[in-house]
Ligand binder design. Structure first.
Ligand SMILES: NC(=O)C1=CN([C@@H]2O[C@H](COP(=O)(O)OP(=O)(O)OC[C@H]3O[C@@H](n4cnc5c(N)ncnc54)[C@H](OP(=O)(O)O)[C@@H]3O)[C@@H](O)[C@H]2O)C=CC1
Ligand SMILES: O=C(O)C1=N[C@H](C(=O)O)C[C@H](O)C1
Length: 265
């Protein structure tokens, strides 16, 4: 399968290049990065710290979508919105790992998925996808006497908050409770906040150092507390999931899919 990488010079882009070249049945067809960026014209393998692959980074995604069977995009919300439209035009499968999309950008992804298969997940790791299912299950068993908060920590270079995964975990908890996350979320607390409202789902965000990605879902009741934790110790978990999703996308009909579909959960 011919796979292209968007944001190929980024932290995840480099990891994806390494994962694609190491995976049987995958061919690295090309990669893009930001127009005017220092990566353009450089070999994707050398950018990723492995041997040269004979494929250089370009800045025109139209060319990439024309050549690839599937494209993997871990870049920025603005560019991912544009890439989804290009995937729809080219009818090329798209795997989206980018987080921090606003509602209009998300609506554009939903629209693009009427023309091609798009797999979108804020976290491509097997562990977090298992955690999502566990959180929904636990939330469905506990009433609102158990307060739910989600704590996450990421490296100092992460630009969106709360993380896409934290929001996904919040959505899973809300689904378990049979409510919409947007009706109960509390993304920040500051000053005289008052007594915690029953049913609220709160978020706490930490940023610092080189932390890959930690998430803790806390169910705090009277006399006991349950904490479900996932800690990433390397980005390969996300790259493996994304490449698995790209392979899974082969011959899929248009639609918006998630890692739940890919993993058969
Ligand atoms: N779903 C998942 O499992 C995971 C999701 N993520 C998400 O993936 C995204 C990227 O993360 P990360 O790799 O750490 O970030 P980086 O900033 O390291 O990488 C993003 C790359 O995209 C490039 N870029 C920016 N605009 C464009 C464009 N228009 N076309 C092509 N490339 C472009 C950036 O270039 P420049 O630096 O010059 O701006 C950079 O090289 C984030 O949203 C993050 O939250 C991360 C890990 C796992
Ligand atoms: O930016 C990151 O690094 C990560 N982003 C994703 C998110 O926002 O949840 C996934 C992972 O936690 C790493």
């Amino acid at each position: 399968m011919k796979i292209g990488v968007i944001g190929c010079a980024g932290r995840m882009g480099q990891m994806l290049v390494r994962e694609i070249t190491a995976t049987a049945g995958c061919t690295l067809i090309g990669g893009t990065d930001k127009v005017g960026g220092s990566a353009i014209g450089k070999d994707l393998g050398l950018l990723a710290g492995i041997e040269a692959q004979g494929v250089t980074a370009i800045d025109d995604p139209v060319v990439l979508f024309a050549q690839a069977d599937a494209v993997i995009d871990f870049s920025t919300p603005e560019s991912t919105e544009r890439h989804a439209a290009l995937a729809a035009q080219a009818e090329t499968a798209l795997v989206i790992g980018t987080t921090g999309l606003n509602p209009a950008q998300q609506a554009a992804i939903v629209q693009a998925a009427t023309h091609t298969a798009i797999i979108q997940s804020p976290n491509m790791s097997l562990g977090v996808n298992l955690l999502l299912a566990l959180v929904e299950q636990v939330a469905s068993k506990l009433d609102d006497g158990y307060d739910i908060d989600i704590l996450e920590m990421h490296h100092r270079n992460k630009v969106d908050a709360p993380s896409g995964t934290a929001l996904g975990l919040g959505r899973a908890a809300a689904a378990g409770r049979g409510v919409a996350l947007e009706d109960v979320w509390q993304k920040t607390r500051d000053g005289i906040t008052g007594v915690r409202p029953r049913g609220e789902i709160g978020f706490a965000t930490l940023r610092g150092g080189d932390v890959i990605g930690d998430h803790v879902v806390i169910f705090a009741g009277d006399g006991e507390r349950i904490e479900l934790t996932h800690k990433g110790s390397g980005r390969q978990i996300y790259a493996k999931g994304a490449v698995r999703a790209a392979l899974w996308a082969r011959d899929k009909t248009p639609g918006l899919y998630s890692m739940k579909d890919v993993l058969g959960m």
